[in-house]
Design a protein around this ligand. Structure first.
Ligand SMILES: NC(=O)CC[C@H](N)C(=O)O
Length: 304
């Protein structure tokens, strides 16, 4: 398979879709991105790296941070993590409140906002500065020391984050948040604000493609079984209420963010990152989904 040719073709073919999506507009710092930008990068386990489009432009990874946060926290906590958060798809938008009350403050999964807030709370209890620990993890896994938070985005989220605050306060009232709500929100927003390029993200995902062992840092980040678990949750929950459509069209574990990025993992083979800020109605990159669909369909590669 000529991966470079394939992603160059995809970059050309998705041009009509770039104007169909709408950048996230809930905070001004994200709304300012032009929807017509596109980038894609592929890193393989045999050490090859391919990219097309604006592959060095850093963007706000937003909820893609939830996949790395889960990996880090699962490695430390093990199975006890699942007493505080479920592992079933929610079928609801990522910031939904309604299910949480019915289910007594135990979020459906770690990739909706409520679940990521619980994982952040656990990470703070374990590591103290959980967002700095995540930043170190991603610096090591991308090989880029310069990765950092976007403090403008983080504080803009804090200013407009009433829904996340509501989720966190509700869970606190149920006893499922241990640390002060303000502290949990601050670390969650900072983690979401990390800026990375698709090239950096594709590298950082390699440990998930390599059964937990990172070819970049040389560290065993997860056990083989935990890597399977994180990938499984990415497949079933990583794109929220579009997880069924992603599984059907892309057939890979994916984690998306409202910054327009999507990380996709082909276990045993490669990690793929795509970015285009125009979102569909469910908060996933519209051109990103089109690109990943073409990648797996034309290459014949997926988990199925
Ligand atoms: N889906 C996302 O990327 C959501 C992340 C965003 N920071 C939020 O909490 O709303």
């Amino acid at each position: 398979m000529d991966i470079q040719q394939l992603i160059d073709d995809i970059a050309r073919d998705i041009i009509p879709y770039l104007s169909a999506g709408k950048p996230a507009d809930y905070i001004p710092a994200l709304a300012g991105e032009s929807a017509t930008q596109f980038a894609m990068a592929v890193s393989t386990l045999d050490g090859q790296h391919f990219h097309t489009g604006l592959a060095d432009k850093r963007f706000s990874i937003q909820s893609i941070s939830k996949a790395f946060m889960l990996a880090q926290t699962l490695a430390q906590t093990g199975e006890a993590l699942w007493q505080r958060v479920g592992k079933e798809p929610s079928g609801n938008p990522f910031n939904s409140l309604v299910q949480l009350e019915y289910e007594h403050g135990i979020p459906r999964n770690p990739f909706i906002n409520a679940g990521a807030l619980v994982v952040t709370d656990i990470a703070i209890s374990q590591q103290g500065d959980s967002s700095a620990a995540l930043r170190s993890f991603l610096r090591e896994e991308s090989g880029e020391e310069a990765l950092d938070f976007d403090y403008v985005i983080a504080s803009s989220e804090a200013e407009h984050g009433h829904r996340n605050a509501a989720l966190a306060h509700f869970m606190k009232s149920c006893g499922n948040i241990g640390n002060p709500v303000d502290q949990v929100l601050a670390h969650y927003f900072r983690a979401c604000s990390l800026r990375m390029s698709v090239r950096e993200l594709a590298r950082a995902g390699l440990f998930l493609a390599n059964h937990g062992a990172s070819p970049i840092s040389g560290q065993q980040r997860l056990s083989r079984s935990q890597a399977k678990q994180v990938n499984a949750i990415m497949l079933t929950c990583g794109t929220y209420d579009a997880a069924g459509e992603f599984a059907y069209r892309v057939g890979l574990p994916c984690k998306s963010g409202v910054g327009g990025g999507i990380l996709a993992i082909l276990p045993g083979k490669m990690s793929i990152a795509v970015w285009s800020p125009g979102l569909d109605a469910r908060g996933n990159s519209l051109a990103g989904l089109e690109a990943l669909d073409r990648f797996t369909t034309r290459s014949g590669q997926s988990v199925f």
